[in-house]
Design a protein around this ligand. Structure first.
Ligand SMILES: [Cu+2]
Length: 200
């Protein structure tokens, strides 16, 4: 029964598309991850959100960016670490310079135990592990969108888009608490832990 529900959910969910803000040479994509969305239909589901060019946060995972351009990504990470079962995903891949910056510090990999989520676009060879906030951090956020005054880590990186197309992206950390092996629910639902990069 649960499986059937997920399938229906998957087909019915058509998250809206948010266009990344324009930036010199391309676009600026600003995201946040939250431990719990805090609203219906799934207040306890882990999720991504995206900010539009006007500064408003949207609960969707379909992002539009220009082709053959640089995309400057900033991810505010409000969730605690779950850890990666497969250390493959702890490496930074496919970004400009093969690096990310974590709270301003340049890195090319993350201790797998510290990962909360990943931002990966497999068909573009891109994968970035996202460092979680400490389990005992004060001021943890549980209702999206989370403000910068709450505990978070900031991850920045840049990647280059190629030709136009619709590319699937997803998180590879088994971050779905209370689901079997952490891989159900939000991990299988566009709008939460996976979505599309629409390159136009
Ligand atoms: Cu995740």
């Amino acid at each position: 029964m649960l499986v059937a529900l997920y399938v229906v959910d998957f087909l019915a969910a058509t998250p809206s598309t948010v266009k990344a803000a324009e930036a010199p040479g391309g676009a600026r994509l600003t995201l946040q991850t939250v431990a719990s969305y805090g609203h219906s239909p799934h207040p306890d589901w882990v999720s991504y959100l995206v900010k539009d060019g006007g500064g408003k946060w949207h609960h969707t995972t379909v992002f539009q960016v220009p082709a053959h351009s640089l995309v400057h990504v900033t991810i505010y990470q409000y969730d605690t670490a779950t850890g990666l079962r497969n250390p493959f995903w702890s490496q930074v891949r496919g970004t400009v310079g093969g690096t990310m910056a974590v709270d301003g510090r340049t890195m090319n990999a993350l201790n797998p135990d510290l990962a909360s989520h990943t931002f990966a676009i497999p068909d573009m060879g891109i994968s970035v592990p996202l460092k979680g906030v400490a389990d005992d951090a004060k001021n943890q956020c549980s209702v999206a969108p989370c403000p910068l005054s709450m505990a978070h880590t900031t991850i920045t990186f840049t990647f280059r888009t190629g030709k136009k197309g619709k590319y699937r992206w997803q998180c590879f950390v088994p971050c779905a608490a209370s689901f079997i092996f952490g891989n159900g629910g939000p991990m299988q639902s566009p709008g939460w832990m996976d979505g599309y990069l629409v390159v136009v």
